[in-house]
Write a protein that binds this ligand. Structure first.
Ligand SMILES: Nc1ncnc2c1ncn2[C@@H]1O[C@H](COP(=O)(O)OP(=O)(O)OP(=O)(O)O)[C@@H](O)[C@H]1O
Ligand SMILES: [Mg+2]
Length: 318
C-alpha cells in the first residue's frame, strides 16, 4: 500500500505522476484534494455532469494508491447480496452455512483486503443497497447473517462517482450516505483544456478543427433551447470522425450531426429541432473562426495519443 507524503512538493510530484500515467489534462487541484482525502482515510464522492472525467479521475487515484480495487457499476437492479456476498447453494448443501460456502461480494472483499471499493454511479443504487454501505463506512464493519461481523482492514476506502441529482431519473443519495463522503465536485474544464483533451485522446493536432469542434460542443451547453449540453465525448467523437475527411466546414457539420443529437437534450419548449439548433451553433462558431485553408494542418498521429498507447492502432489521415 502506497503511503502519501503530504508535503507540497511531494503532493505535486504525485499529482504529476498520476496525470502523466493516465494522460489526464488539467485537474491538478482535484487530484491534490483527492490524495489529501485518501491520506486522511476519508471516503470520496466525485460528482459532476456526464463526461466530465469522474471515472478517469477515480480510477487514476485508485491505481495510484496501489491497493486492490473492486468495482461496482451502480444500477437499480444491483442487489444487497451482490454487494456483500451470497451463499453458494451446492456448497451449502454439502457444508452448511459457513465461511466456506459464502462467496464474498466486492464490499466484503475490499474490507477484508484493505482495498478500494470503486462505485461508479453511486446514486443509481437503490436505497437498500445504499444502506448496506453505512456501517462499513463509519464503523468499518458489517454484519453478515450466519457469518457474523466482518471488519475492514486499514486502507479500506470507497471512491464513488455520480451525476448530480437533476441529471438522473432514478433514486438519489440518502442523507445518511452523503453524510459519510467528502465531496469532490467536477465541472466542465476550460476551453484550452478541453481542446487539449480532444487532441490527446484522438491524436489530431489540427488546431483549427479541434478549436471549432470544442467550441461547438461548449456552445451546446449554453444554447437557450438546450436542456442538457454535450460533453467532451461529443468533441472527441467529432474529431475522430473528421480525421478521415477534408475537415472543411461541411465535414464538421456532418460530424456534428452524427455526434451531437444523442448527446444533447433539447428543452421541451424548444422552437427548433436538434439539427436546426446544431446549424445555429455552427454558424455562430464559424463566424468567430473564419475557415481558412492554412488553419487545417495536421502534425499529429495516433501513435502519440492516449488511445494509441493503450488500445489498437488506428490510422488517422486525410
Ligand atoms: N481531464 C481529462 N483529461 C483527459 N481525458 C479526459 C479528462 N476528462 C475527461 N476525459 C476523457 O473524456 C471521456 C469521459 O470521461 P469519463 O468517462 O471519466 O467521464 P464521466 O464523468 O465518468 O462520465 P459519465 O458521467 O458518463 O460516467 C473519457 O474518454 C476520458 O478519457
Ligand atoms: Mg463515469
Amino acid at each position: 500500500m502506497r503511503e502519501i507524503t503530504m508535503g507540497r512538493e511531494s503532493l505535486d510530484r504525485a499529482v504529476g505522476g498520476i496525470k502523466s500515467k493516465h494522460s489526464i489534462i488539467g485537474r491538478e487541484i482535484e487530484l491534490r484534494k483527492a490524495l489529501i482525502c485518501a491520506n486522511a482515510h476519508r471516503h470520496i464522492l466525485i460528482e459532476g455532469p456526464v463526461g466530465v472525467g469522474k471515472t478517469v479521475l477515480a480510477t487514476a487515484i485508485a491505481d495510484y494508491l496501489e491497493r486492490p480495487i473492486l468495482r461496482v457499476d451502480g444500477d437499480e437492479r444491483y442487489t444487497e447480496q451482490k454487494l456483500t456476498g451470497w451463499f453458494d447453494p451446492p456448497i451449502v448443501m454439502q457444508k452448511g452455512y459457513n465461511e466456506e460456502s459464502f462467496i464474498d461480494g466486492p464490499l466484503t472483499q475490499s474490507m477484508e483486503t484493505g482495498g478500494i471499493l470503486f462505485i461508479n454511479e453511486l446514486n443509481r443504487l437503490n436505497e437498500g443497497v445504499q444502506n448496506v454501505l453505512l456501517p462499513a463506512m463509519d464503523e468499518g464493519k458489517i454484519e453478515i447473517p450466519r457469518i457474523g461481523t466482518i471488519y475492514a482492514k486499514k486502507g479500506f476506502l470507497i471512491i464513488a462517482t455520480q451525476n448530480p441529482r437533476e441529471f438522473i431519473a432514478t433514486s438519489s443519495l440518502s442523507e445518511a450516505l452523503s453524510d459519510r463522503f467528502e465531496l469532490l465536485p467536477l465541472t466542465y474544464q476550460n476551453e484550452d483544456e478541453e481542446r487539449n483533451i480532444v487532441e490527446t485522446r484522438t491524436g489530431i493536432h489540427d488546431e483549427h478543427s479541434t478549436r471549432l469542434i470544442t467550441e461547438i460542443t461548449r456552445e451546446t451547453r449554453v444554447h437557450p433551447f438546450v436542456r442538457r449540453g454535450a460533453s467532451i465525448r461529443a468533441a472527441t467523437s467529432m474529431a475522430s470522425i473528421i480525421a478521415f475527411t477534408e475537415r472543411d466546414i461541411e465535414d464538421i457539420r456532418n460530424a456534428a450531426y452524427l455526434a451531437l443529437p444523442t448527446r444533447m437534450e433539447l428543452r421541451e419548449d424548444s422552437k427548433k429541432n436538434v439539427y436546426e439548433v446544431i446549424d445555429e451553433i455552427i454558424d455562430k462558431v464559424v463566424s468567430r473562426n473564419p475557415v481558412s485553408a492554412e488553419g487545417k494542418e495536421d502534425t499529429g498521429g495516433p501513435e502519440d495519443t492516449a488511445e494509441g498507447k493503450d488500445g489498437e492502432k488506428k490510422t488517422i489521415g486525410r
